[in-house]
Design a binder for this molecule. Structure first.
Ligand SMILES: NC(=O)c1ccc[n+]([C@@H]2O[C@H](COP(=O)([O-])OP(=O)(O)OC[C@H]3O[C@@H](n4cnc5c(N)ncnc54)[C@H](O)[C@@H]3O)[C@@H](O)[C@H]2O)c1
Length: 315
């Protein structure tokens, strides 16, 4: 039986990924970890990924065979402390690669991001292989992780797999510190009957994905036969692209009283360097990736789940 370790498990994606992995492998076989404490979780350990000795102990004590490495500082927050962001996002990942090799870990997953793109990357239908010159420390750290993942695979045969997630939209946990956070916050405001001020311009088009698709993509990639995978940096991955004005209009079709205005802050400059749409044909070809959610069913699902699960009280 696999013994799985998830880092950064209390974050937006970790909250959903741990549930999905536990459904597949059983709670006892999926160890959730994060830098904060979580007394509610029966299979949880506190782990600061910067503490390599502790990382080794946790992996050894739990006889870990697979690692899903989510812990990171995201794009917008990363700009407040670039050196710390590099340390958490890159140096800790390098430690994980070293430990995984040393401890003969079967498979490692880490998410890269559309933030690996920069101002010189083609903006539409961005190819898998293209110029990656990001201008945020987050993007720089993730491109570096991609290259080191590829290096460890080629040099040591370590089975590292990765996806470049678009902006991920889910209902279980609020995102924080990312450039696409508006696309979750907007639902909370709309259901509470509040006006929403968006921190990106109305026409800022970005690639996005519903959380269920992102989680399914992660598990399908990890389940794919190794010899089918031709990309060992990180796969482009896509579902839909939209602007703040377009998602606001879809919400207004369902909640006509919802109002929005736009006051761009520093995150607009970050978003302006990213792609608008992604060519993920290699993911579709190599391991049969197919998204299920478009903008309409994403909006329906978000409103439904936030209300049904009482995350937000609909006024
Ligand atoms: N959410 C998105 O839209 C998105 C898009 C692209 C890529 N990603 C990637 O997915 C991963 C998860 O993203 P998320 O949205 O869940 O982020 P998040 O900020 O919600 O969660 C990150 C988690 O990492 C933990 N963490 C931070 N520093 C740590 C440390 N030193 N040791 C241990 N844990 C630490 C935090 O406590 C947090 O719970 C990240 O690697 C991120 O780069 C996310």
């Amino acid at each position: 039986m696999e013994q799985i370790l998830v880092t950064g498990a209390l974050g937006q994606i970790g909250s959903d990924l741990v549930d999905a992995l536990r459904q597949k492998y059983g709670t006892a076989n999926v160890l959730s970890t994060d830098i904060r404490n979580n007394l509610d979780d029966p299979n949880y350990a506190m782990l600061d990924i910067l503490n390599k000795q502790r990382f080794r102990e946790v992996m050894g004590d739990h006889k870990i065979t697979q690692v899903y490495h989510l812990a990171a500082i995201l794009s917008a927050n990363g700009e407040w402390n670039p050196a710390k962001t590099w340390n958490v996002n890159f140096n800790a990942f390098l430690s994980l690669l070293e430990l995984s090799n040393e401890m003969s870990i079967d498979k490692v997953f880490f998410p890269a991001t559309i933030a690996v793109h920069g101002p010189t990357t083609p903006k539409t239908n961005t190819p898998q292989y293209t110029d990656l010159s990001p201008e945020t420390v987050y993007g720089i750290s993730k491109v570096s992780c991609e290259l080191w993942a590829n290096y460890y695979h080629k040099r040591y045969g370590l089975d590292v797999r990765s996806l470049r997630y678009p902006g991920v939209i889910g209902w279980k946990a609020l995102p924080h510190g990312g450039t696409t956070d508006y696309a979750v916050e907007i639902f909370h405001a709309a259901l509470k009957g509040e006006h929403y001020t968006c921190f990106l311009d109305a026409d800022t088009r970005l690639p996005m994905m519903y959380i269920d698709d992102a989680i399914r993509a992660t598990i399908e990639l990890m389940d794919a036969p190794a010899d089918q995978l031709t990309v060992r940096t990180s796969y482009n991955l896509a579902a839909m692209s939209f602007t703040p004005a377009e998602i606001a209009a879809k919400i207004q079709e369902r909640l006509p009283n919802f109002t929005i205005d736009y006051q761009a802050d520093f995150r607009q400059a970050i978003a302006a360097t990213w792609s608008e749409s992604i060519d993920d044909s290699l993911a579709r070809k190599d391991w049969n990736w197919a998204h299920q959610y478009n903008l309409d069913n994403l909006v329906d699902e978000m409103l439904h789940q936030l209300v049904t699960n009482k995350i937000v009280t609909h006024v």
